[in-house]
Design a protein around this ligand. Structure first.
Ligand SMILES: Nc1ncnc2c1ncn2[C@@H]1O[C@H](COP(=O)(O)OP(=O)(O)OP(=O)(O)O)[C@@H](O)[C@H]1O
Ligand SMILES: [Mg+2]
Length: 441
């Protein structure tokens, strides 16, 4: 127990005072007691309940940040109980404590009993530090990343480097890092270094003085100044020119910079989060990236491995995208068949999480059932059918089919009528006509 006690405070009680409120619902007094000790030592305010009835009574006053719920307690009419609990404490996520053998319940975190203090600490960190829960995943890697994000979000560190292949979640991570940090109320400025020529990027970042160059008719305040107190996210930093890399390095080390054409040193407290899909060590060797900047950035690196190296993340990602898109599209899609999941888990995912997300989005659109099936995930490798759709024996409702296809095209094009038209072989006016006709606005 002592070993355990000394672990929790290290991470949880850095902010002083209570670090969060927990409601424990467990029929076993010894479990309640030991969890209480553990959590109180970690700085949490703890409330306990021995039954669902008691839990419903307590939950309104206690306003817990998290409910730890023994899965056995909630058996029987569990759905009703959970619904009522959620109604009374809509902000509190539930973590199910499962006994031997485990009880499957979708949509909730699980912790197997006996509770591993480190696992408990990780789950609570992710749930209580805001937004960290947006990082979906179940692999040890993802857990490690969550822990790192929690620590970085609370630390005063002024730079973070995020590396990983395209689509692994670097942008998401940068945004979570900002929103989970003390800088959350200050600006988050995002710039893609590969999107601008060097001189433009220079004045976007650092600003310029009036007359600094021919077109500089007014003074311009750059991102670093506008982001004061917040975070600047430098995406694709591997594409930044060596000269700008030098200016960034100076800014990171001295916290000061000059506007283009300016002579005054300007101070700005900004966290720099940089991301790249390139191997910066290779780039250093090839002379395209400055070693000094690389070593400065590499001090705090979060590497997000490709999805194929963390296949345990696939199922939770699929389920979370499935729920999100089902809600977006107003479709009742609740589950995925095991065979479909197994096939997804076996794919190489060169486009990583983004590719998986797009595939799930399409599957939810195609699903004609509450369960996603293998056929819903078939890649579009067939040519566009033209002229010969096999008409099913039982016939179809042409009007309904047309309406559904137009709706799908609009959803996929995010409401862009020209783009929807391209998918349907129609022009914009024809799309507009059908939107009115089917009442799809
Ligand atoms: N762990 C995750 N949990 C939930 N969603 C994720 C996760 N990782 C990635 N995503 C989602 O996958 C998509 C791609 O992620 P993101 O844009 O952050 O990738 P990226 O690494 O920045 O890609 P690129 O290198 O192409 O810019 C986004 O919709 C993002 O929200
Ligand atoms: Mg990105």
């Amino acid at each position: 127990m002592c070993r355990v006690h000394s672990q929790i405070p290290a991470v949880c009680s850095s902010s002083g005072g209570t670090v969060g409120r927990i409601l424990i619902v467990d029929g076993d007094a010894s479990v309640r007691g030991s969890l209480r000790l553990l959590l109180e030592a970690g700085g949490f305010e703890v409330h306990v309940a021995a039954s669902p009835r008691e839990a419903l009574e307590r939950v309104v006053k206690a306003t817990p940040d998290v409910v730890l719920l023994d899965a056995a307690v909630s058996q029987g009419p569990r759905a009703d109980f959970l619904r009522e609990l959620h109604r009374r404490a809509p902000m509190a996520p539930v973590v199910l404590l499962t006994g031997a053998g485990g009880v499957e319940a979708q949509g909730h975190r699980h912790l197997p009993k006996p509770i591993d203090p480190q696992e408990l600490q990780r789950a609570l960190d992710a749930l209580i530090v805001p937004h960290v829960g947006e990082l979906v995943g179940a692999s040890p890697t993802m857990r490690e990343i969550e822990r790192l994000v929690v620590r970085l979000a609370r630390s005063p560190a002024s730079t973070v480097l995020i590396t990983g292949e395209s689509g692994t979640g670097k942008n998401l991570l940068a945004s979570v890092l900002h929103r989970a940090s003390r800088r959350a109320d200050e600006p988050f400025m995002n710039i893609t270094c590969s999107a601008l020529p060097e001189s433009l990027l220079d004045s976007e970042l650092f600003g310029h003085e009036r007359g600094a160059f021919t077109d500089a008719r007014e003074r311009k305040i750059g991102l670093l100044e506008r982001a004061k107190g917040g975070t600047v996210f430098l995406d694709e930093i591997g594409e930044m020119s060596p000269a700008l890399q030098g200016k960034m390095l100076r800014f990171i080390e001295e916290k000061t910079f000059r506007r283009v054409g300016g002579h005054e040193d300007i101070r700005a407290d900004v966290r720099v989060v940089a991301a790249t899909h390139r191997n910066l060590e290779d780039a250093c060797r090839m002379g395209t990236f400055r070693e000094d900047l690389f070593y400065r950035l590499a001090v705090l690196t979060v590497h997000v491995p490709p999805l194929r190296e963390r296949t345990e993340d696939i199922e939770p990602l699929v389920r979370s995208f499935m729920n999100r898109f089902a809600e977006d599209f107003g479709k009742r899609v609740l589950d995925i068949e095991p065979e479909a999941l197994a096939r997804l888990a076996a794919q190489p995912w060169p486009g990583n999480v983004r590719q998986l997300r797009n595939l799930v989005e399409r599957a939810v659109l195609l699903a004609d059932d509450a369960v996603l099936r293998v056929r819903d995930f078939r890649e579009r490798d067939r040519k566009r059918p033209s002229g010969s759709w096999p008409l099913p024996d039982e016939g179809i409702d042409l009007e309904e089919l047309e309406k559904d296809l137009v709706r799908q095209a609009l959803v996929r094009s995010r409401g862009n009528r020209s783009e929807a038209g391209r998918l349907l072989g129609l022009n914009r006016d024809q799309v507009r006509y059908r939107i009115q006709k089917f009442g799809l606005e």
